[in-house]
Each structure stands twice: as structure tokens, then as C-alpha cells.
Design a protein around this ligand. Structure first.
Ligand code: SF4
Ligand code: SF4
Length: 208
């Protein structure tokens, strides 16, 4: 049983005994005059800094000019959840039917959609998103939107390193989200989260 006791002022135990078998680390708590100068510690730090200055640099290429070089371009593991992309149908239109399921499922409430009737020459659905935006700075990359989509119109890519100068630039609109998929060459038929049989999903026959 510990011998700790109250200090009489309601502030809890004033002293505490070490548990059996526990010892204080050896060492002198008093600093020598050399240690009090701090100069040896400063010199040690500078020595460490200079050692790194002359080492070979291994900065990763973030401008994506060398995507095939694994030493320069980091590829996230399979299944990594990065920035989103919107998929297309066979006619090249946005696949989304503006059902709002993704926005309803999003815990961060960062998806904003405005629905509109499809143009008369679109024969495969009634609605599409006139406006579709995702605030990437609010997103927590949980993937719930992708899971909620009944027509496999939205997915998360492995893109992780896009930077922007303003917060507004990180709100991605419909066209930017579609271009992400185009730039990455991602087609619906290759997507592993939505195989055939998902209600409403029609896998693409060719890559876009
Ligand atoms: S990944 Fe999660 S937080 Fe981000 S938009 Fe989708 S549902 Fe919302
Ligand atoms: S769940 Fe899919 S189809 Fe529905 S609004 Fe979101 S992206 Fe569009």
C-alpha cells in the first residue's frame, strides 16, 4: 500500500513512494559549469546539421514529371484513398445522376450538388449534376461517398499531392473532378470497388 498522503490543502499527495522494484535512473541532477554554458550542446547540434548538409539528397519529385521512377515518385499502396474523380458514361457525359446519396453519406458535409434535368439528347437518365463540388480541405477521405453511390459515378483516386495557393482552389468542381479521372486514365471497368451486379452500375467497355 502506498504511503502517499494528502498535503492538508486538498491538493492530493505531496510525496509518493516508488513502487517496489522501481528505481530512479542513475545520473547527477546537478549540471556542471560546462553544461550550464550550453555551448557543447549547441556544437553537437551544429555538427549534426553540417553532417546532413553534405549527404546525398533524396527529395521526392512532387511535380509528377517522373512517375515511372519509383525512387522519385511515391506510389501509394493499393486501396489508398486520395482525391476523388467523377466517372463518365459511354457517351462521355458525367456518370452521376444527381441522387445526393454521396452528399447524404458524407460525414464531413463537404459535397455540394445542384441537380438539373438532363439535356434532351441524353437518353440514359433524367438528371445530372449542374453543379458538383467537393471541398477537399474538409474531406476526411473516408470513402463513404464512393460506397454510397448507386451508379458508380464517384471514386477516390490515389492522388495525394496536389497543392493550391488558396482555400478556394481546393474546392473541386465537376469538371475538375472529371478531369482527374481523365488525367489518370482510370476507367470504370478497371475499378475494383464496383464490379458487375451493383444496382444501376454499368461498367464501361473501354477506358476514357
Ligand atoms: S471521402 Fe468521406 S469526407 Fe470525403 S467527400 Fe467522400 S464521404 Fe465526404
Ligand atoms: S451518389 Fe453517385 S450518382 Fe448520386 S449524387 Fe453522388 S456521385 Fe452522383
Amino acid at each position: 500500500m502506498s504511503a502517499a498522503h494528502d498535503d492538508g490543502h486538498g491538493h492530493g499527495p505531496a510525496t509518493a513512494e516508488l513502487p517496489p522494484g522501481v528505481k530512479l535512473a542513475p545520473g547527477n541532477p546537478e549540471q556542471s559549469w560546462v553544461e550550464k554554458l550550453y555551448l557543447p550542446e549547441v556544437a553537437k547540434g551544429l555538427n549534426n546539421t553540417f553532417k546532413h548538409i553534405f549527404r546525398k539528397k533524396f527529395t521526392i519529385d512532387y511535380d509528377q514529371t517522373d512517375r515511372d521512377n519509383p525512387a522519385k515518385f511515391h506510389r501509394p499502396r493499393e486501396g489508398y484513398r486520395g482525391e476523388h474523380y467523377l466517372k463518365k458514361d459511354e457517351e462521355g457525359h458525367v456518370k452521376c445522376v444527381a441522387c445526393f446519396m454521396c452528399a447524404a453519406a458524407c460525414p464531413a458535409e463537404c459535397i455540394h450538388i445542384e441537380a438539373e434535368a438532363t439535356p434532351t439528347d441524353w437518353n440514359n437518365r433524367e438528371r445530372y449534376p449542374r453543379r458538383f463540388e467537393i471541398d477537399m480541405l474538409r474531406c476526411i477521405y473516408c470513402g463513404m461517398c464512393e460506397e454510397a453511390c448507386p451508379v458508380d459515378a464517384i471514386a477516390l483516386s490515389t492522388t495525394y499531392n496536389r497543392v493550391a495557393d488558396t482555400r478556394e482552389a481546393k474546392v473541386y468542381d465537376r469538371d475538375k473532378l472529371m478531369k482527374t479521372g481523365e488525367d489518370l486514365g482510370i476507367s470504370l471497368s478497371k475499378h475494383k470497388y464496383r464490379p458487375d451486379g451493383v444496382p444501376g452500375a454499368i461498367p464501361h467497355k473501354k477506358a476514357h
